[in-house]
Write a protein that binds this ligand. Sequence first.
Ligand code: DQA
Length: 144
Amino acid sequence: MSRILLLNGPNLGILGKREPEIYGTATLSDIEAAVAAEVAGRGWKLAAYQHESEGELIHTIQDNYDTVGAIVNPGALMIAGWSLRDALASYPAPFIEVHLSNVWARESFRHESVLAPLATGLIAGLGAFGYQLAARALLERIPA
Ligand code: DQA
């Protein structure tokens, strides 16, 4: 059965209680359940991981080359996560970068993503719904 990878970086495991005025009230479990439901129609399974450190995220990518696509919210690693960027460069399937908040409407240090040039697309500012949209985009991109 095909699997899709959902990868969340540092500080995203506490969604729901992390600055809800910025990131919303959905928990990471809520988001994972919504993405799993989104891809279930195609018969895909979800492989969901959240790690606080870049090294663990890299290991997870390397261990999941057999997934058909990925949704990645790198958190602040978007800014200077060069090793994460290199790991995604070797990831063999398409990935969509997601940010809950509109990072370009926030502090200027959040305006650069070292991952974005490798991504098939990027969704920002649509809250938890952005993950579902990313799942739909992968469903549309990846042949059945
Ligand atoms: C974030 C935006 C990042 O700037 C921030 O460091 C995060 C969350 C988002 O989903 O909006 O951790 O990736």
